[in-house]
Design a protein. Structure first.
Length: 193
């Protein structure tokens, strides 16, 4: 549909492999900075938590590979505020607690290093890029154990309709094969596999 590269890097993995995540995206951008005031970084962080809309999936480009960008209190706050999940091109900590409460997090690595005095959010709701994929607030995300797919907002409805049609056809192929039809014949009949 004119958007061939919409999958985030394979290194972004789910904390809860058995859970799936889907919904409208809200973007956050930020960066690490040396010698920040701890109070200012926490104000920036709590502002980020306050701005994440209910029903959204927050996706963050932290421009950092050294610290955790999601932890226990933040996950609990987002859960209570109705945020569906959090995807970050960065790190996570307090993973056991996050798993226990069932908050859906996708991240690249784990570390106990905190953002306090080291990192701050700079942009809220503005476009970000992760692994060459441009992500905008209002786009949609589908994430599971296989990976994270970004669907541009302007084609989300059409993508949904096409995917539903493909699933119906694949179910016909599956049924035919289970009934003993040769896989090649099933493919030739339905045009999908």
């Amino acid at each position: 549909m004119g958007h061939p590269d919409q999958v985030l890097p394979q290194t972004i993995r789910p904390l809860l492999p058995e859970r799936k995540l889907a919904g409208p995206i809200y973007t956050i951008g930020g960066r690490g900075k040396p010698n920040l005031d701890g109070h200012q970084t926490l104000l920036s962080w709590t502002e980020m938590l306050s701005r994440a809309p209910k029903g959204s999936v927050t996706i963050m480009q932290p421009n950092d590979s050294t610290m955790a960008h999601m932890g226990e209190l933040s996950s609990e706050t987002m859960t209570l505020r109705g945020v569906r999940g959090f995807i970050v091109d960065g790190g996570c900590r307090d993973s056991e607690f996050i798993r226990k409460i069932g908050f859906r997090v996708w991240c690249r690595y784990f570390t106990p290093i905190d953002v306090v005095g080291r990192w701050e959010a700079e942009t809220f709701g503005e476009p970000i890029t992760i692994g060459g994929v441009r992500i905008c607030t209002g786009d949609y995300v589908l994430a599971d154990f296989d990976g994270v797919v970004i669907i541009p907002g302007e084609i989300a409805e059409e993508v949904t309709a096409r995917v539903e049609a493909v699933l119906c056809t694949e179910n016909l192929v599956r049924k035919a094969i289970l009934e003993g039809v040769d896989p090649k014949e099933a493919y030739l009949k339905y045009g999908k596999f």
